[in-house]
Design a protein around this ligand. Structure first.
Ligand code: PEP
Ligand code: MN
Length: 264
């Protein structure tokens, strides 16, 4: 069902209020790794509005490698996130980690994010097949392109055709970067599937200085959107500060992303 052989026309998702994801426009989703506070959200939202970015990413349920790391503000944080985003015409992309959260989060999210550690959580994918909101599936940490497509097939065959695929880097033998951003996946996915494809260069390379060039490379490779981490003070971020852009860096990237997209 997710194959181009089944549907030739590219899928474009309409999130409402003039926000679309898919061929024909470049989607930019920026925001902190973790939602931390109202003050933090206000600053990032001002930054997004100033730059005409309509999508904000930010986790309230955080999958952390260590149980002692910050694990997110949970539903209370999401409700404030939602209220503040609504007031500014911003759409929310946030991670759902387990089946029980799907229903409680439903009314407060615009795009459900399935994290790299949950790409093959088939119960979660089944549950998301039954919702009427877009789902962005990240590629598994050691997942193949075919496995990512199979995960999408779970959701699609469950009845939810509103899907986005995200290349976010995979685990390889290379240790110079956090992950290896597999830009090969972009044109391959675009050929194999009718679904929108986005790139997350923040997790893909994990090194702040190199996020912008990899984001631009992702657009040139054919991505329909870029998802990256931004924070007013990355050094103080509760998670992933080492790969998070400050507002000056983010603004410059947004400008360059639009220029590069126009060249395609
Ligand atoms: C995130 O987007 O903050 C995240 C945890 O991503 P991933 O699942 O790709 O590691
Ligand atoms: Mn992160």
């Amino acid at each position: 069902l997710v194959s181009r052989k089944w549907r030739v026309r590219p899928t474009v998702l309409d999130l409402g209020d003039g926000v679309y994801i898919g061929e024909g426009s470049l989607s930019i989703a920026a925001g902190p790794c973790s939602i931390e506070s109202e003050a933090q959200m206000e600053k990032i939202m001002d930054h997004l509005v100033e730059n005409d970015v309509r999508l904000m990413r930010g986790g309230v349920f955080k999958p952390r490698s260590s149980p002692y790391s910050f694990r997110g503000l949970g539903m209370d944080g999401l409700k404030v996130f939602h209220q503040m985003a609504r007031a500014r015409g911003i759409k929310i992309v946030t991670e759902v980690m387990q089946v029980s959260q799907v229903e409680e989060m439903h009314d407060y999210v615009d795009v459900f994010q399935v994290g790299a550690r949950n790409t093959q959580n088939f119960n979660l994918l089944d549950a998301l097949g039954g919702v009427d909101k877009p789902v962005m599936i990240k590629r598994g940490i050691s997942g193949t392109i075919e496995e990512l497509l199979s995960s999408a097939e779970y959701v699609f065959s469950g009845g939810n055709e509103k899907l986005i695929l995200c290349e976010r880097g995979i685990r390889t033998f290379e240790t110079a970067s956090r992950n290896t951003l597999d830009l090969n996946a972009v044109p391959i996915l675009k050929e194999k599937t009718h679904l929108p494809v986005v790139v997350d260069p923040s997790h893909g390379i994990g090194i702040r200085e190199f996020v912008a060039p990899m984001a631009l490379a992702g657009v040139m490779a054919g991505a329909d959107g870029i998802l990256y981490e931004a924070h007013e003070t990355p050094e103080q971020a509760a998670s992933d500060g080492q790969q998070t852009l400050n507002f000056a860096e983010s603004e410059r990237l947004i400008r360059n992303l639009r220029k590069v997209y126009a060249l395609r």
